[in-house]
Design a protein around this ligand. Sequence first.
Ligand code: B1M
Length: 211
Amino acid sequence: MRERLIEAVLAGSELDARELTQALLAEGVSARVILDETLVPAIRRAGDLWEQGEFFIPELMQASTAMKGAMSLLRPRLGAAGDSAGATVVIGTIEGDIHDIGKTLVAGMLEAAGHNVVDLGADVAPARFAEEASRSKASLICVSALLTTTMLNQQKVIEERNRAGLAHVARVMVGGAPVSRAWADRIGAEGYAPDAFSAVDEAARLLSLSR
Ligand code: B1M
């Protein structure tokens, strides 16, 4: 059934992807296993097909829509153990970048850990993160980037945060496929997580610094 789910994502069939996800859950397969061993490999395979010239952007977009449909069934079950202090977290994908699957997963995990998550969506201007953090009294700003070109804009979020006088109020966590701990250190981001699961632990660490 997992192979069929991969095929459904590759075919861009949201309906099939949702039905097969539901069936796997009913069989007792955990949400995390479905995500890590089926959905993420499926979207990566779509990316490989795109690189090989076998997929074009519309197919890639349909595959991501199917993946998101399946993910919406998993999100409530991806219960995370972590700090459930109920902090306010502002999250978004950086300006110039419309990739939002990973960001949405991180947002879901933080929500599952008990935080109040303000999701600004994708293609978010650096100043908007700081404005929203100030408005909602957030303790954490999370910035996702999937492109080597747009990750450069993550630094601007830190500059805007500092300009708004929030340096000691709202910590910044960065993430996304091209991002690393070394990059986070270089741009002065206090936090970095390689995946949505470790983002919850990293958020707890950063929030404990703010107390
Ligand atoms: Co795009 N794309 N794409 N794409 N796309 C990549 C990223 C790419 C690697 C493909 C490739 O070349 N192999 C490549 C980037 C190359 C680079 O910069 N190094 C690329 C490109 C080039 C592009 C376009 C420029 C293509 C074009 O138009 N010529 C274009 C960019 C448009 C733009 O943003 N301005 C583009 C467009 C698209 C689609 C719209 C078709 C679609 C996105 C749909 C959507 O998101 N709504 C898309 C997709 C689907 C991909 C791939 C195939 C999959 C991305 C994904 O969702 N992965 C991707 C190739 C790949 O990854 N193999 C690719 C699954 C997701 C769960 O993982 O997002 O990494 P990820 O998130 C992880 C971690 O990174 C981490 O946790 C998540 C879960 O564990 N994480 C965080 C993410 N954010 C975090 C934040 C945190 C902490 C952890 O704290 C704040």
